[in-house]
Design a protein around this ligand. Structure first.
Ligand code: ATP
Length: 397
């Protein structure tokens, strides 16, 4: 197997690219990039950088602008304003074939009349690389994607996952500074998709270049990425590591889009520094402010994840915040029991581990819902702005 330390010699030549070791600079930089189609803004003021060697995902619902952003990096679209830099050079108006990036699409369309070797050799051959070098490079790429014995096969003799790996080899053989991937696993069934997620991450680590990955599948983004950009209606809402995005969303949209969340709309009673007080049910609750700062009287959304909510008969002691509730429904879901509770008109969902000791509860019983102080956040704006994740729960106080 080719390890990153002896990755193909083409990477790093001419000072163009990086292997696994951090080079301390960014490979892709977007500077206030906006894209308009007529009057319609597909991307607003995207302003971020992707360092060498990073697995970076752009995640968001359909139509949020992620593919347009990727296409601008690839050179298939020209920004309306702003600049795109690759390896420090402004490429905003450089055509795709003169940029040192390659794109892998969902429809990876190998050339059907060429065998695997010739498919992978296509890029270097069209750039007149000597045949002996092509043979070495193609061999190395097939080794990286673990299809060494497949050089003579025709594309129709390969499974979907194998075809996708050949498409990756065909892109990587050009030694791009970054690989751009537009929903590359979208055509695969769930099991193969999950296997390919692990495989893609392995390949990325092995070759050590930046992968920029577009997906609408949050599990896929959380599984593979070093950092994720969450996009909504053309805006980049937040960029962060998967655990930051999950535990410390900065907008109501992100809180609702990633995972499940209890989201209550309320207003600020008092704010001081990084925390603010709100009233939930009859209780005054203090929580950390995440994202934009808030002032007294501002509409805010209170957020707590269902797995951080505890359910008890007695009011919990110090260190916990609690609201009095009634049990509306409880469902055994294998690893967790899902409680739907009512707190003075607000729905609270709690996921309680099946191994936790709980008294026998029935709908109508009075209980306390509580959480540790660091589990709750206050986000500027209305709960109705929450991302449309299929599992999000929301309620109004
Ligand atoms: P999906 O997951 O559905 O591919 P996306 O987040 O990748 O969505 P984009 O393809 O970037 O979304 O599109 C963003 C918005 O820009 C959409 O509303 C789309 O209709 C619009 N759009 C994209 N390309 C064009 C174009 N060439 N002309 C006009 N509008 C366009």
């Amino acid at each position: 197997m080719v390890q990153s330390r002896d990755a193909p010699a083409g990477w790093g030549e001419g000072g163009e690219t990086a292997l696994n070791e951090a080079t301390g600079h960014d490979v892709i930089v977007l500077e206030h990039v906006t894209k308009r189609f007529g009057d319609f803004f597909a991307v607003h003021d995207a302003d971020f950088a992707i360092p060498h060697g990073e697995f970076f995902a752009m995640l968001g619902p359909s139509g949020c602008g992620k593919t347009t952003t990727l296409r601008m990096i690839a050179g298939f679209e020209v920004p309306t304003s702003g600049a795109i830099r690759l390896e420090g050079r402004d490429v905003s108006r450089v055509p795709p074939y003169r940029r040192n990036v390659n794109t892998v699409f969902q429809q990876y369309a190998l050339f059907p009349h060429m065998n695997v070797f010739d498919n992978v050799a296509f890029g270097p051959r069209s750039r007149k690389v000597p045949e002996a070098e092509i043979k070495t490079r193609v061999g190395e790429m097939l080794e990286i994607v673990r299809l060494e014995g497949f050089a003579q096969r025709m594309p129709q003799q390969l499974s979907g996952g194998q075809q996708q790996r050949i498409a990756l080899a065909r892109a990587l053989v050009n030694f791009p500074s970054a690989l751009l991937l537009d929903e590359p696993l979208g055509a695969l069934d769930l099991k193969l998709r999950q296997a390919m997620q692990i495989e893609l991450k392995r390949i990325q680590r092995e070759v050590g270049i930046a992968f920029v990955f577009v997906t609408h599948d949050q599990e896929e983004a959380l599984t593979m990425s070093d950092r994720i950009a969450i996009m909504n209606e053309g805006w980049v809402e937040q960029i962060g590591r998967p655990e930051e995005i999950y535990h410390r969303p900065e907008t109501v949209f992100v809180a609702g889009f990633i995972g499940q969340a209890n989201l209550w709309q309320t207003t600020v009673d008092a704010a001081s520094g990084d925390t603010a007080d709100v009233t939930l049910g009859e209780r005054r609750i203090t929580a950390a402010i995440s994202g934009r700062s808030v002032r007294r009287g501002d509409p805010v959304t209170f957020m707590v994840r269902p797995e951080r909510v505890r359910v008890s008969l007695d009011e919990p002691g110090n260190g916990h915040q609690a609201v009095a509730c009634r049990v509306v429904d409880l469902v055994f879901q294998g690893p967790v029991v899902r409680f739907a509770l009512d707190a003075a008109g607000a729905e609270v969902v709690a996921h309680v581990g099946a191994d936790e000791q709980l008294p026998l509860l029935r709908p109508g019983d009075a209980v306390w819902a509580s959480w540790e102080r660091d589990a709750a956040l206050l986000l500027s704006g209305a709960a109705a702005d929450a991302g449309d994740a299929p599992t999000a729960v929301g309620a109004e106080t």
